[in-house]
Every structure is written in structure tokens, then in C-alpha cells.
Design a protein around this ligand. Sequence first.
Ligand code: UDP
Ligand code: GLC
Ligand code: MN
Length: 315
Amino acid sequence: MPGLPNATEAFVTLVTNPEYGLGAAVLGYKLRAVGTTRATVVMVTETVPETTRAMLAKTWDKVLDVTQLDSKDSDRLAMLKRPELGITFSKLNVWKLNQYKKVVFVDADTMPLSNIDDLFQYEELSACRDAGWPDCFNTGLFVLAPSPDTYKAIMKRACEEGSFDGGDQGLLNAHFSTWSHGDISKHIPFSYNVNPNASYTYLPAYKHFADQVKMVHFLGAVKPWHYQYANGKVQGQNLTEHTRKFLEEWHKVAEMVKQSYYQPTSAAPYVPPMSTGSTKPAAPSSHVVPDDVSSVLSHITAQIKNKEKAKSSMY
Ligand code: UDP
Ligand code: GLC
Ligand code: MN
């Protein structure tokens, strides 16, 4: 159900390229499938091609242009082993969306499994613990109140201090530095931002609480779109049962999203989460030029080989 046009609360994500565009298309689809009543807004930067924007417009209420911001801090990003994440400074544009009173920002590599609208009860800045350093919050999901003043203050800090991880998470943890020892009502349960590659650090808990997972965050260099998927199955060794289930759900939705993109004249049929649906992409229809999706898919396929090694160590 699309959010009301005059909504004062919104889910927002960020996309700077076609790969994350596919991630966001899945996320937008799932937000609607789990029945959000809030507006959904995807921020795109100038580097996002028109065809990706068209795909996003099918599962998000608004596709909004924002300025691309990059920390360009290659030294700290090298430490994180993620040179591509300087661009995550573009997330900060979310504080400029003051047409909304409250926003839940979610990364484009996340996927809700059930309705998460209760997150709008939280105040700025609420977030979940980061599995790698639990005194920091993870910025794959956070609740904020847009404000141009806060935006300016965060940008000032970025200019003066930079970010300790080169991305938005280091900067935002420095800015909202009382989070870990301050008001505990700003601590969102981990079940709203579960990253499957943290599972090996505490597998019994992952198994015990698996049914309570509200949102999955495919954090790390290896993303769902790097996996091969055929006949409803994800190819990959060393995957826990639940990680495999989450990846297969992501791919099932990705297939539906791609299918609806190839048929832009009809509305995407929203199916409830975890239900079965066609996993085969439809043949491209003659009135659409699927150049972008095709190039994304071939690019992703080319990447799969290089990621094989990383995959086995990440999951
Ligand atoms: N992002 C993007 N383009 C990029 C890298 C990141 O649009 O090249 C956005 C996207 O919304 C993504 C978020 O920034 O989910 C954070 O990056 P990522 O999820 O890769 O970081 P991780 O959660 O793996 O640390
Ligand atoms: C983290 C977060 C991601 C953030 C990145 C860079 O691992 O999951 O959302 O963009 O660090 O700071
Ligand atoms: Mn992420």
C-alpha cells in the first residue's frame, strides 16, 4: 500500500548506482508487501541512470534527487576494506528532507520480513547495536528527525574531523556520541537489523531468535546480488540454514521486481512475504529497453567469480 501523499513519516534509502538500485527495488517491494502505511522515498544521486530510476519508481512512492557526497577518505576506508563506502556520506541528505517529521533510514541492502512501522515510535537518534563493535550503532537502520540545522552541524563535523571509518557510520557515531551510554529507549532491538554474517559469532542465539527477525541487513562486501540463483536456490557453500533462506527470499523478490520492470504498463502484483511466486523472469517485452537491468545483471555475473573467495569467509 503506497504511503499517503501528505505523509509526515517516511522510510528512506539511498542509491548511487544500478547494483544498489536492484537492492533498493527489492527493499521497496518488501516494505509494501509487509504493509507499511508510511511514505517510501529513495534518494538517488546524479550517477543513477534513468532506467534504474524507472525501476525504483515501481516500488517506491518517490524517487528524489540528492547531492552526491563522498568522504574521499581512502586511508580510513582501506582500514574498513571497503573503498567504495566514501559515497555513503550521501546518506546525510536525509536530514534535509524536512517535509517529513520523522524518518526511518534503511540501507539498500536490507529486507524487512514483517511490518516494521513500530520503528516510528522511536526518537532521534535511535538505532541498533553494531555487531562488530556494540558500543557503536549500525547505520544500516536509524530513526531521525530531519532538520536543516542538524544537517549543517553534521556537515561541520565532517569537515572538521572526518569520519573514523571513512563512511557515515563513523561520523554519525561521533555526532550522536551519547547513544551507547545515554537514553536506552533509543536502543532498537537487534532483531530489526540482523546481519547474517554475524551469525557465526553466536550461532545458538541466531538459531534461537531466528523466528523473531524483523529485518535482515546483508552487511559486508558480499551482497545478495553477488550470489548465483537458479530454480529457487542460491548457490553457495557454508551458508547457515537461515542465511540461505533469507538470500533465497531476497532473490525471489528480485526476480519479481525485474519481471515487473520488463512489463512497466501493469502494476507489480504484490505477494505476501515468504509466499511462493514465479521465480522466472519474464521475457523482455518489446516496448521496453531493458539496457540497464541487462548491464547490471551481466556486471553482477562477472563479479560472482571474484567474490567466491570472499563469500566463504564472510558467511
Ligand atoms: N550505497 C550506495 N552505493 C554504493 C555504496 C553504498 O548507494 O556504492 C548506499 C546503499 O544504500 C547501501 C548503503 O549506502 O546500502 C551502505 O553501504 P553498504 O550497505 O554497502 O554498507 P555495509 O552495510 O555493507 O557496511
Ligand atoms: C556500516 C554500515 C553501513 C555504513 C558503513 C560505512 O558497516 O552497515 O550502513 O554505510 O558502515 O560507515
Ligand atoms: Mn548495508
